[in-house]
Structures are given as structure tokens and as C-alpha cells.
Design a protein around this ligand. Structure first.
Ligand code: PMP
Ligand code: GLN
Length: 389
């Protein structure tokens, strides 16, 4: 349909998110899709049965704005069991339409035009557009290739009177790096005495390997008082398409969060909240996730061991970074596109997570896949890159 109106685009430079671009290209080319992060296997039928039962029982009308009490209680219990503090069910937990909405809402609630928000590059793709939508300014700190650890002295130098928020993400997408308890202490020292809010994206909180413990901001008494902590059931229960997550945080922060949440979402799909509240009762379902994904990580790393990809450390998440510097000089976007078209394996180029397009010749593979999928991808990669002996 034609339209004659002239639009002064809010975001003239903005393209389509890389996850959509690469998944679409993978489908067009019939490539094995290891780009966008989602499992290609099913969650347990009992979860779907629970939702169906709740629908048939008539639980199909609006849930309370902050989420159904059954699910809020289950979240509060889980957070208390894992990290210590017991958030108030009424005033300190809100169910959201996934982590993306939670992050956007938190930014809209706290960041005013002209405020600065410190983010760490490589930075998950939704943070900066959300900051800019509300008129804030993203200030970029760096996680340094190849171990992607924060440099707190440099972060300190970026803090100004305009700094309203710092966004952290651990386990980290795309790098698989982790914040340690010592990192949290350093962060606490930097923000002590300021009014800076911390937004902590912990959607991979249950996916850490080799016995590492998740350093949740919920478990840091000083930081917890100034933090909104985000998680997502999509990652934890293999249901990214359900788009349900949650935030926890002190009542005063949550009250501000809900001022925005109530008018851009109001409330989230009720039957799935009830199903998740039931499903969460068995803690082994989230506690078993680390071992489940560690097996997949190790399997995938073994499959790629003979290829010229240099596998970077992966301490958490379901993403494996790999340097291809030893096998191509192409910029990473071109390399990812070429791999998708010619080799038949789709990946994410990591330069898209940098404002200046910094390109370390690194791509991201998602290993949240069935063994057969990972094997099919590895066969294609070995055929393309491993010379017969
Ligand atoms: N943050 C990070 C770091 C993510 O990787 C993702 C999704 N993969 C999200 C937020 C968004 O989660 P959701 O699908 O629940 O919106
Ligand atoms: N977070 C997922 C990833 O990193 C994708 C989510 C999305 O497509 N927005 O691949």
C-alpha cells in the first residue's frame, strides 16, 4: 500500500536486529541455524499440559498487573533459596513479557533525556536502542578480547554526574564470560554514595559451567538495594517463544518500574504464568540446566576441535565464540553471511555488538541444539575447513 506521508524517522540509521537477519538468511539458504539463540528441542509435555489445564479451568482473564501471586511466590522462593534475600511478593517482583520488555521498561522508568547509561561492549543488541528511545546516552565500557573481563578502573573513569544507570549482564551474551563476586565488590565501590541504578540482566543465571557459581546481584546486599534484576523463563525452560520473564528489586525501584509496565504491557499471559508457577516447584528443573548445557558445550567443542576455528573460553550461556582469524580475512559480517550461504551453517558476527563495529574476527555459535543438529553443523564445517589427511 502506498503512503504519501513524510516520516522523519526517529531512528534513521537503525536496521533490523541481527537475530532476525541471520535466522531469515539461514531459512532461505537451508543452513543449520546456530545463529539466533533458541533451543531446537521441546520442553517437557507436563508444562504444556499444565497450561492447557489452566485454560480449560477458565484462567483466561487478566492477571493482576504485577503478575499472578502463584508465580510471584514461586519466583520469590527460588531467589531466596539460591541467593539469600526474600523479596516481598506484593511489592518487589513483577512478571514481564520476557526479558527484553523488562529491560526496556526498566530503562524507560529510570533514564531521563540527557542521562548517561554505562554498558559493556560487546553489548546485547536491545540495550542501546532502548536507552536512545528515551533520550538517554549510552556510554561504552569494554570487555577486552579474548577473556572479556571488565576493567573497573576504566569504568570508574566513565562515571559522571549524568550517570543514571549501569547495565551488567552475567553470564554474558555473546561472550560466555562471568562476573565474579570480586567484580561485584568493585562495582559496589564505584557506585557507593551515588544514585546510580544497576540493571542486571541475568537471563542465563542457571547456565554456568565447570562448577562456577552465579554471582547474582540479588546476593550482594549492598548492590541489591540499588538493582533491578532481570531473568527469563524462555532460557531456563526451553520456551523462548512464550516471552515470559520477571524482575525483582527493592520496593521503591519496583514502584517506578511498575509505573511504566502498567501502561505499556499492563499484564502478561495468565495461563502460562500458572503453568510456570507449578513447573517451578521442582527445583531440579532449573538446577539441572548447567549440567545439561555443559554436556552440549563439550560435545560441540569436541566436534569443532579439528577445524581451524579457535574456540574461546565459554564459562556460561549457550553460546560459543570462535575466532576464525586463522581461516579467513573477511570482515565478520561477510564471513557469517558467506558461511550461511556457502557452508550451510549460520552464526552471529560479534562486531554487531560494538558501536564502532570493532571486528576481532569472532563469530558466535548457539549450541542449544539437539546433538543431531550440532553434528550436522560440524559435518558441514569439517567438510569446508578440514583438509583430508
Ligand atoms: N538479555 C539477553 C542477554 C539475552 O540473551 C536475551 C535473549 N536471548 C534477552 C535479554 C531477551 O530475553 P527474552 O527472550 O526473555 O526477551
Ligand atoms: N537473545 C537471543 C540471542 O542472543 C535472541 C533473541 C532475539 O532474537 N531477540 O540470540
Amino acid at each position: 500500500m502506498d503512503s504519501s506521508i513524510r516520516i522523519a524517522s526517529r531512528f534513521p540509521e537503525m536496521g533490523t536486529t541481527i537475530f532476525t537477519v541471520m535466522s531469515r538468511l539461514a531459512a532461505e539458504c537451508g543452513a543449520v541455524n546456530l545463529s539466533q539463540g533458541f533451543p531446537d528441542f521441546q520442553a517437557e509435555p507436563v508444562l504444556f499440559e499444565a497450561m492447557h489445564r489452566q485454560m480449560l479451568a477458565g484462567r483466561n482473564q487478566y492477571a493482576p498487573m504485577a503478575g499472578l501471586p502463584e508465580l510471584r511466590q514461586a519466583i520469590v522462593d527460588k531467589v531466596a533459596a539460591l541467593y539469600g534475600p526474600r523479596f516481598d511478593v506484593e511489592s518487589e517482583v513483577t512478571v514481564t513479557a520476557g526479558a527484553t520488555q523488562a529491560i526496556f521498561t526498566a530503562i524507560a522508568a529510570f533514564v531521563r533525556p540527557g542521562d548517561e547509561v554505562i554498558v559493556f561492549e560487546p553489548v546485547y543488541d536491545s540495550y542501546v536502542p532502548a536507552i536512545e528511545t528515551v533520550g538517554g546516552k549510552a556510554v561504552h565500557a569494554q570487555l577486552q578480547f579474548p577473556d572479556y573481563a571488565p576493567d573497573w578502573a576504566r569504568v570508574k573513569a566513565l562515571i559522571s554526574p549524568q550517570t543514571r544507570m549501569i547495565i551488567v549482564n552475567s553470564p554474558h551474551n555473546p561472550t560466555g564470560s562471568l562476573l565474579s563476586a570480586a567484580d561485584l565488590d568493585q562495582l559496589a565501590e564505584l557506585v557507593r554514595g551515588t544514585d546510580i541504578v544497576i540493571l542486571s540482566d541475568e537471563v542465563y543465571e542457571h547456565i554456568l559451567f565447570d562448577g562456577e557459581q552465579h554471582a547474582s546481584l540479588c546476593g550482594h546486599p549492598e548492590l541489591a538495594q540499588r538493582s533491578i534484576v532481570v531473568s527469563s523463563f524462555g532460557k531456563t525452560y526451553h520456551i523462548t517463544g512464550w516471552k515470559i520473564g520477571y524482575v525483582v528489586g527493592p520496593a521503591a525501584l519496583m514502584a517506578e518500574f511498575r509505573k511504566v509496565h502498567q501502561f505499556n504491557v499492563f499484564t502478561v499471559h495468565a495461563p502460562s504464568q500458572l503453568a510456570l508457577a507449578e513447573y517451578m516447584q521442582d527445583a531440579s528443573r532449573h538446577l539441572g540446566l548447567a549440567a545439561f548445557y555443559q554436556e552440549k558445550r563439550d560435545f560441540f567443542r569436541r566436534l569443532l576441535a579439528d577445524t581451524p576455528f579457535e574456540l574461546l573460553p565459554c564459562r556460561g550461556t549457550y553460546f560459543q565464540l570462535a575466532s576464525y582469524a586463522g581461516l579467513s580475512d573477511l570482515p565478520d559480517r561477510q564471513f557469517a553471511e558467506w558461511m550461511t550461504r556457502e557452508v550451510g551453517v549460520a552464526v552471529i558476527p560479534v562486531s554487531v555488538f560494538y558501536a564502532d563495529g570493532r571486528d576481532d574476527r569472532v563469530v558466535r555459535f548457539c549450541f542449544a541444539k539437539q546433538e543431531a543438529t550440532l553434528r550436522a553443523a560440524a559435518e558441514r564445517l569439517c567438510k569446508a575447513f578440514v583438509k583430508p589427511r
